[in-house]
Design a protein around this ligand. Structure first.
Ligand code: AMP
Ligand code: MG
Length: 355
């Protein structure tokens, strides 16, 4: 299959040419095909979520295990009635506060949502993205669009159309190129099948932001990392897989920053002497003190939002440059840093060196 890459910026949506592109993409979705498109979090791999045969194509293109459910993307509140069976008062409050935006809500599914879309679960994940191209595409298709991140399973999520092309060339007919995404990590997933919000995946929307709208927020203990978490089963099936990972072997080094720098440089020296190509992923505060084959700065520690936006692209760059061993600085738990810590721990397969 030939994969077409078409550029479309939000401003193009007002032009006839832009509308034509979206009509074509929407038609492909209506015909049960797969289209990659930008959202504010990461690029999504979309298909008609109400037809098992269409969502099957997503699983095939990604090489995704069939027990890992998809998120249904909507553009209007009216679309909810066909996909969930009940919305609690608290769930509605969260929707009103955070939609459209980077929040996914788990609710009891409507019988018409195929089990193939929900990985066999009786619940369904729903999100209303804010990216204008995503919204317009969903509106024009008239469908709830099942869309996981547009990477091959296990690879870092794509934050540019070029990343999607890297993973999906020859596997899907169309990629809409809306440029680099804004947030760069996946949506916050909240289980609202109970009374109180339970965070199943940390993201841009933090526990404190949720607490302001609905009190009593908790975090699924399985996603916090650490030795204990390895034995717990995450409530979001996708969180159990090694994920977001570069091809190189990655380690995080944790501790006081002076010690961390020293340790990373020593480890790099050792690996270089064994003939490995080495990489370091650090932060602006420390970056000038490192020595390795490839060194990348994620951004300043006081701007975690920028760090998140650069993370996946940097992991992919390490792959493109053939880096075999990667050492990364770590991040503490806590509000937005929790999302970064969660992703970077998974990228490193929980390999942590403490100093
Ligand atoms: P992705 O779209 O690639 O970010 O993956 C979707 C994430 O949502 C995965 O981690 C899934 O396991 C999770 N997810 C989707 N549906 C459900 C559900 N019904 N219950 C719990 N987690 C879900
Ligand atoms: Mg994903």
């Amino acid at each position: 299959m030939k994969t077409e890459l078409i550029e479309i910026q939000s401003k193009d949506l007002r032009t006839a040419a832009g509308r034509e592109i979206l009509d074509r993409a929407a038609k492909l979705l209506q015909d049960g095909e797969v289209v990659a498109f930008p959202t504010e979090t990461v690029y999504g791999l979309g298909a008609d979520g109400m037809h098992a045969s269409a969502s099957a194509k997503i699983y095939a293109a990604k090489g995704r295990p069939s027990d890992n459910p998809l998120i249904l993307h909507i553009a209007k509140f009216e679309q909810l009635s066909g996909i969930v069976s009940e919305i609690s008062e608290n769930a509605r409050k969260l929707m009103e506060a955070f939609w459209p935006g980077p929040m996914t809500i788990i609710l009891a599914k409507h019988p018409s949502v195929p089990l193939e879309t929900t990985g066999g679960l009786s619940t369904v994940a729903v999100r209303m993205p804010s990216h204008p191209v995503a919204r317009e595409l969903i509106l024009r298709s008239g469908l709830p669009i099942a869309a996981p991140s547009a990477n091959r399973s296990g690879r870092p999520s794509p934050t540019t159309a070029a990343h999607v092309m890297e993973d999906m060339e020859g596997r899907i007919p169309l990629i809409l190129d809306g440029g680099k995404v804004g947030i760069g990590i996946e949506s916050t997933i909240i289980d609202m099948t109970g009374e109180k919000p339970v965070i199943l995946r940390p993201g841009y929307i933090t526990p404190a932001m949720i607490e302001e709208v609905v009190s009593g927020v908790s975090i699924d203990p399985a996603i916090l990392g650490g030795p204990m978490a390895a034995e717990l089963k995450p409530k979001a099936p996708g969180m159990k897989y090694r994920h977001y990972a570069p091809a190189g072997d990655m380690f995080l080094v944790e501790g006081e920053s002076g010690q961390v720098i020293k340790k990373i440089n020593a480890l790099v020296k050792e690996k270089q002497s064994e003939g490995y190509k080495t990489g370091i992923i650090g932060t602006t505060e420390n970056i000038n003190q490192y020595c390795a084959d490839i060194i990348r700065d994620l951004g300043s520690r006081i701007e975690p939002v920028k760090i998140a936006a650069n993370l996946y692209g940097t992991l992919r760059e390490m792959d493109q440059l053939g880096v075999q061993v990667i050492y990364g600085e770590s991040f503490e738990e806590g509000e937005f840093y929790g999302a970064i810590r969660n992703r970077i721990l998974k990228a490193a397969g929980y390999q942590i060196i403490k100093v």
